[in-house]
Structures are given as C-alpha cells and as structure tokens.
Ligand binder design. Structure first.
Ligand code: PLP
Length: 231
C-alpha cells in the first residue's frame, strides 16, 4: 500500500499534468483533503505533510478531529448541512461548500451575525439534474443570489457541484463545463459585490477532467488520504 506521502506526490503530479494539458497554472488549483473516511491520526499526518485544507461532510464525524486540530489549517464543510447544525459549524469551518436553500442562508446569516463574522460560502448547484443530488437547479441560481443579497454576513465565493460517478471519467465533462459556464454567466449579471471566482468540483474519480474544465478547488478523499475501515 502506498504511503500518505506517496499518494500526495502522485496526486500532485496528476494535478500538474491536468493543468499542463489545459494551459492552467497549478497555483490556481487548490487540493482539499477530504478526511471523512480517515482517523484523527491521519488528519494530523495530512497537516504535517503540508496540506493545509481539510474537508469534512458531517459535524458528528468531524467534531473530535476539529477539536484536536481545528487551530491548524483551513477547514471546509462540504456535506449537506442541516439548519440545526449551523450553530456547530459556524466560526469553525472557514468555508461552507453546500449552501443550497434559503432557510440555510438565513440561519447562516443569523449565526454569523451573532458571532460577528462573515461566512464564506459556495452555492451547491445540481448541474447533472439527478434526483439524488442536493443543490439548486442552475436556472434558480440568479434568483437565489438576489434573495440572499441582503444577507450581508454571507459572502458567496464560488459554486460547487458533484458529478455522477462514471466508470469513464470523461463523461463527467459536461457537468463541470456547465458549472464553469454558469459562473461566467452569473458574473456577467453582476449579482454579487465581487465576481464569483471559485469552482469547487472534482473528486477522486474525476478531478483531472474537473481541472481541465476550470476547477479551482478539487475535493479529494480516497485517492489522496485513503479510506480507513471504521474511521
Ligand atoms: C466524500 C466527498 C468527496 C471526496 O470523495 P472521494 O471520491 O473519496 O474523493 C468530495 N466531495 C464531497 C462533497 C464528498 O462528500
């Protein structure tokens, strides 16, 4: 089995190759380590290895890791966020990648206001249209941005999507391209104080395609940090 260092080196090489293939600068693609499948010890090793961005998808699983290591690195919340869990994650995760509904936006704003901070969010968009995926339908995003524009504690930094699992990763390309095109269209409408920059897209199975289509943040679990039984 490859060591963590070997896996990181291999991923960095694949990221560099995908960037080269699409004329992009590696500095514009951030690798986020998704640690939901691994132990606290492994998260610690990931940070020691020099990766700075850690992502978790459920507070129940993340809590003990954050309590031990939250003072290091940058923490991203990438899972479906229940409104009643906002109080647990606010101020702990610098980025929330899964804003997908107005009730959640209102709660994030309220808790951020009470804590005196700004919360950086990605809007999760369901580009593929699968019923099983969370996320706003693309056509609803402009209206959503208008509705949350008064919630000044929320800063929309990017868009996030998940592609369906495909045995042939190339088949995910239209999903990633769709998210990039949506971002560019939204920026023409200028619905946010500053242009939306980030595209959080690409996972273990499809990150190279996502990078070729403009991903600025890839969320990598299995391929990067592994998958430990019972972690
Ligand atoms: C689990 C998860 C990932 C990482 O999945 P891998 O396929 O193991 O890389 C990325 N994004 C989200 C939203 C996830 O829940």
């Amino acid at each position: 089995m490859a060591t963590l260092q070997e896996r990181i080196a291999r991923v960095e090489e694949r990221v560099a190759r995908a960037c080269a293939a699409s004329g992009r600068d590696v500095a514009d693609v951030k690798v986020i380590a998704v640690t939901k499948y691994v132990s606290l010890e492994t998260v610690s090793a990931v940070l020691d290895a020099g990766l700075e961005d850690i992502a978790e998808s459920r507070w129940q699983d993340a809590e003990h890791k954050w309590n031990a290591l939250g003072h290091q690195g940058t923490w991203h919340f990438i899972g479906h966020l229940q409104t009643n869990k906002v109080k647990d994650v606010i101020g702990k995760f610098q980025y929330i990648h899964s804003l997908d509904r107005l009730s959640l936006a209102r709660e994030l704003h309220k808790k951020a206001e009470a804590a005196g901070l700004t919360v950086n969010v990605f809007l999760q968009v369901n580009i593929s249209g699968e019923d099983t995926k969370f996320g706003l339908p693309p056509e609803a995003v402009p209206g959503f941005l208008r509705e949350i524009s008064g919630l000044h504690r929320i800063k929309v930094v990017g868009l996030m999507t998940m592609a369906p699992y495909e045995a042939e990763p190339e088949e995910t390309r239209p999903v990633f391209r769709g998210l990039r095109e949506l971002r560019d269209e939204l920026n023409l409408l200028a619905l946010t104080p500053e242009p939306i920059q980030e595209l959080s897209m690409g996972m273990s199975n499809d990150f190279e395609v996502a990078i070729q289509e403009g991903a600025t943040q890839v969320r990598l679990g299995t391929v990067l940090v592994g998958h430990e039984e019972g972690a």
